[in-house]
Structure formats: structure tokens, C-alpha cells
Design a protein around this ligand. Structure first.
Ligand code: SF4
Ligand code: SF4
Length: 77
């Protein structure tokens, strides 16, 4: 059977460590494809999770995340 071509899509990384996300949900409301949902972690805190099928890789969720921007600015200065 012939293998189907695989389309590689880079999903945005909303946070790599938990302190990079405050759970504000701004990214959820910014996403034009409704690809982000908030899910509860094992400690009961909400974090955004991206649906890879719905995501089109537009990057709007990363741009709206001022919390991440604030952390980066604090580290750079
Ligand atoms: S906008 Fe940033 S801080 Fe807010 S929930 Fe999304 S990733 Fe977390
Ligand atoms: S990259 Fe665009 S489509 Fe994908 S989760 Fe972020 S805002 Fe939604």
C-alpha cells in the first residue's frame, strides 16, 4: 500500500514550563479556529491545549500572550 504524504505543521508552543502561563485564556479567545481549550492539570490548574487538527499555525495565540512577553522582557533586562 502506498504511504500517504504527511503534512508537517508546526504547532505554536504556548509555554514550555508552567510559570510561562498564567492561565488568562487570552489565547483561547484569540484563536480564529477555536483550536485552544483550557484543561485541568494534575494540580487543578488550567492550562491551554492546542488541537493539532484545528490549528492552522497562524501564530495569533503567541502574539496575544502578553504574559510570556512580560517574562521575556524581565529576563532580557
Ligand atoms: S495567553 Fe498566554 S498566559 Fe494566557 S492562557 Fe494563553 S498561554 Fe497562558
Ligand atoms: S496558531 Fe492560530 S490556529 Fe493555531 S492555536 Fe494559535 S491562534 Fe489558533
Amino acid at each position: 500500500m502506498k504511504a500517504l504524504p504527511t503534512a508537517r505543521k508546526t504547532l505554536p508552543e504556548l509555554y514550555s514550563r508552567r510559570h510561562e502561563c498564567c492561565g488568562c485564556t487570552a489565547c483561547v479567545f484569540e484563536c480564529p479556529k477555536k483550536a485552544i481549550s483550557m484543561e485541568v492539570d494534575e494540580e487543578g490548574f488550567l492550562y491551554p491545549v492546542i488541537d493539532a487538527i484545528r490549528c492552522i499555525g497562524c501564530g495569533r495565540c503567541l502574539k496575544i500572550c502578553t504574559f510570556k512577553l512580560r517574562i521575556k522582557t524581565a529576563i532580557d533586562n
